[in-house]
Design a protein around this ligand. Sequence first.
Ligand SMILES: [Zn+2]
Length: 405
Amino acid sequence: MNMTCITTTFLADGREILYFDDAGTAERAPESLTDHRELPVRPDPGQLRFDALSREWVAVAAHRQSRTHLPPADRCPICPTTPANLTEIPAPDYDVAVFENRFPSLGPATSELPAALAWGTSTPAVGRCEVVAFTPEHTGSFADLGWRRTRTVIDAWAHRTEALSALPGIRQVFPFENRGAEIGVTLHHPHGQIYAYPYVTPRAAVLAAAAGAYFDASDGTATLAASVLQAERSDGSRMVLEGEHFSAYVPFAARWPLEVHLVPHRQVPDLAALSGAERDELAHLYPDLLRRFDALYPTPTPYIAAWHQAPLETEMRRAGQLHLQLTSPRRAADKLKYLAGSEAAMGAFINDITPESVAARLREVGSEVASEVASDVAGTTAGTATRTTTHTATRTTLTPEGAPA
Ligand SMILES: [Zn+2]
């Protein structure tokens, strides 16, 4: 049962803001949510330009250059509002808040894209970009939210996926979190984003085509995601954890020095389709994975947490599979992988670390974070015991193997 309480209102410039409150939080008085700021009218949207050479869209959003960049804590725009700091969230406190980005790459208008595409085609950058504030606390990380708050964030993602999917012209909804100044984060306060695109992104199109072809070849009896999960489980060398509803593994052909896929056992197109029991378990397993990333090195690991959801085109949805792709460019305590010639120009990845050694390390550090997970589970009524797979006891380290510098 979904106990998350939702309150919807608007900011001074007309942007929508939604409060998702943990089960048990007192109801909000609407008058306590008034935005008392004087805000300029919202900027004109940027442009979407069609690249005729690749048939891909590129968003050109020059107005984003003026967006807030690493403000001091007392000027943070997503902390709760105080008399001294009127923020984007005009409430004295909140649990999880979602609001339209003041400096969006896409939107605020939504509509269909032009049908005729050729060199020179451009259109206002329609779509929607939202910010998800995970917690009123300015410091910390997603991994530390605790089970109850994580569960509320999952409900917020699911709610926004469903609502944004229903907007005119939207083709794909993408919740994600960039964590770490090393990968371009401009606000320290724990937060994520949701992009609702008016087109299917290149990566989603490739994944949907592969999933659809596999599904058709089996006459609709098997999905690619389920077959890959089964193969990974029987091999075992790249498994990281297995639950009742979700499992995580390092993909056979991982692109990044650190990469894990967290996949549901049941085929669902998106987060909105997850059952209550699945969300309950996800609220344990996802932070568990994040803690493992942070346990690998003495300092927090920058990461990109990308929720792949099936595009909204009917033919791309029949075999579409929700999964989390958690990646980090970190290849050593003090080294990041940069996308250089082969990756940036050709999209051809070269990974200096074997997926099997990464999986072994992530299993190994699982015992270090297990006590935190255990206390987390003990603090809830919906705790789902999970186990770290132990297919191999080989101790390995994250060092480049077999690849010239
Ligand atoms: Zn803050």
